[in-house]
Design a protein around this ligand. Structure first.
Ligand code: GLP
Length: 259
């Protein structure tokens, strides 16, 4: 795992945007794992501004609320359409979001896993992090080997995501169809982006704490190619900062990304 700390949210977002742009240019038919949430809105805005073609890319989103149809303004399919897909030349037939409106959620989950396999697996998986440590909607106690399935959301998550539901946590669906932690760990590369003070405590637990299913993001410590990109605020609980900064300032792989 590598931790890169940038001075503010926009610098962290720009770094992730550059990493993804570079990948799409060097591998135009790459398979991207995509995330949602407020943090990603700035990233998608930046990506959509780049002179970049998504024409040959395929995408798989992490999760979707159970019970919401694709055209529901609160669905993650709608979010993706609004923040990224409609602003790029991506072929919508190559975009995938779990089907939270399926009558058979088990079948929809296994179809999703198969579609990822059929696409050759995920090249780069983008992640945010919830305040309870979830990646996707893998709430505390999600098995580290879990696959795509429907999952009951914690009250913390429903409160955290209430903004998209008129501020009312009761209106946030109580379940979601989400890639499992194991599905996420199968990606060839993982980039987690987190910004803001509210994420500082959970980032410290996920990165420097023990690997535990109580903090799903801590399972990323097992992944051989995972980058965690944070701003100063989200980094404020980390103990090993001197080393993380040294790596960014000195390792040749980061030379193109240093200001
Ligand atoms: C939702 C998504 C997660 C995302 C999280 C963070 O819960 N299911 O994948 O990481 O939001 O959201 P935000 O960026 O708004 O803090």
């Amino acid at each position: 795992m590598e931790i890169i700390i940038r001075p503010d949210a926009s610098a962290a977002v720009e770094l992730v945007s550059s990493l993804l742009s570079q990948r799409i240019r060097s591998q135009p038919d790459c398979v991207l794992g995509l995330a949602t949430g407020r943090t990603m809105e700035q990233l998608y805005e930046s990506l959509a501004r780049q002179p970049l073609s998504f024409r040959q890319c395929s995408t798989f989103n992490l999760d979707e609320y159970v019970g919401l149809t694709a055209d529901d303004p609160q669905s993650y399919r709608h979010y993706m359409q609004q923040h990224l897909f409609s602003k790029t030349d991506i072929d919508l037939r190559n975009t995938h979001v779990p089907d939270g409106s399926a009558s058979d959620l088990k079948q929809a989950a296994s179809d999703y896993e198969q579609a990822i396999q059929a696409a050759g697996g995920i090249d780069v998986q983008l992640l945010g992090i919830g305040e309870a440590g979830h990646i996707g909607f893998n709430e505390p106690l999600s098995a580290i080997m879990s696959r795509t399935r429907d999952k009951c959301l914690t009250p913390t998550t429903r409160r955290q995501n209430a903004g998209m539901f008129g501020g009312d946590a009761e209106r946030v669906p109580s379940r979601a169809l989400t890639m499992g932690v194991g599905t996420i760990l199968d990606a060839r590369e993982i980039i987690l982006l987190a910004t803001g003070k509210a994420k500082a405590a959970i980032i410290a637990q996920a990165v420097e704490g023990p690997i535990t299913s109580m903090v799903s993001a801590s399972a990323l410590q097992l992944h051989p190619n995972c980058k965690v990109i944070v701003d100063d605020d989200a980094a404020s609980g980390l103990q090993g900062r001197e080393y993380y900064d040294f790596v960014f300032d000195n390792e040749p792989e980061w030379a193109d990304f240093r200001p």
